[in-house]
Design a protein. Structure first.
Length: 53
């Protein structure tokens, strides 16, 4: 219903990260970074997850 809502995407990305679903988390963090390119926290979280793969 709200596919481009940054708050929802951030919540899902965090949920997937916290539950160990790294690939799903990366997908949502990539989407979040595209929607909010100035979001340094999301960018850092994404890079950390990619490094752990």
């Amino acid at each position: 219903k709200f596919p481009d809502n940054p708050n929802l995407i951030a919540s899902l990305a965090g949920y997937y990260r916290d539950t160990g679903q790294t690939q799903k988390a990366i997908e949502y963090y990539e989407k979040l970074v595209k929607l909010t390119p100035n979001n340094e926290t999301a960018r850092q979280d994404l890079e950390e997850l990619k490094a752990k793969r």
